[in-house]
Design a protein around this ligand. Structure first.
Ligand code: TMP
Length: 222
């Protein structure tokens, strides 16, 4: 679907720093002259946030993989139609913490559902392709250690390590298959270092759409 907006998604295994890096990138973009809409999946609308609470609640474990898939897709359908498409149609920048690649990586490669079928479902619900996807890549043990140190594990964080390894492998496969859209960013190291790597990629790919060059935000620079 073509639109005048700019759509960036951020992906990665648990603990890769997506939320922090999305927030910092949104700040850097604001300074460079655009006011991006920062959103996330599952979530981003009141209905999708309710689905998020359900799908991540450890009380429901184990959830059938297809049931899990359809919950994520239901959340995405609402989010895309109510929030993402209207904003892109208005010419806005939309920055989304996870999108269709997460479904292929987690429900396809992670849960073992048929990857092509999952991709078809995910793209049907997603309707729009990102202009750029940043894959924050990190060793699974390092990521899970960060999540555990935060002390707020959800149903998926608590999966066995083999599941998370399969998800990472899936993401890397997606990046190998679509190198023009998905750029791997090394997520090891400090927040500032990773923030600079993210800005380098966004500047190289989308800098021509900005009024001013991207600069690291002060919050990330200690
Ligand atoms: P997070 O965005 O806070 O990392 O939590 C979302 C969790 O949901 C994370 O474990 C990845 C998972 N997820 C899927 O399994 N499929 C999806 O389609 C999406 C968007 C997320």
């Amino acid at each position: 679907m073509s639109h005048p907006g700019t759509f960036i998604t951020i992906e990665g295994v648990e603990g890769a720093g997506k939320s922090t890096q999305s927030r910092l990138l949104a700040s850097a973009l604001s300074t460079a002259g655009v006011q991006p809409v920062l959103t996330r999946e599952p979530g981003g609308t009141p209905l999708a946030e309710r689905i998020r609470d359900l799908v991540l609640d450890p009380a429901f474990a184990p959830v059938d993989p297809e049931c899990e898939l359809f919950l994520y897709l239901a959340a995405r359908t609402d989010h895309v139609r109510r929030q993402i498409l209207p904003r892109l149609a208005a010419g806005d920048w939309v920055l989304c913490d996870r999108f269709t690649d997460a479904t292929v990586a987690y429900q396809g490669y992670g849960r073992g559902l048929d990857v092509d079928w999952v991709r078809e479902q995910a793209e049907h619900a997603g309707q729009v392709h990102p202009d750029l996807t940043l894959l924050l890549d990190l060793d699974v043990d390092a990521g899970l250690a960060r999540v555990r140190a935060r002390g707020a594990e959800n149903r998926l964080d608590a999966e066995r390590v083999e599941f998370h390894r399969a998800v990472r492998k899936g993401y890397l496969q997606l990046a190998a298959d679509q190198p023009r859209r998905i750029v791997i960013v090394d997520a090891a190291g400090g927040t500032e270092e990773v923030h600079r790597r993210v800005l380098n990629v966004v500047s190289a790919r989308l800098g021509s759409r900005l009024q001013r060059p991207l600069a690291p935000v002060r919050e990330a620079v200690r």
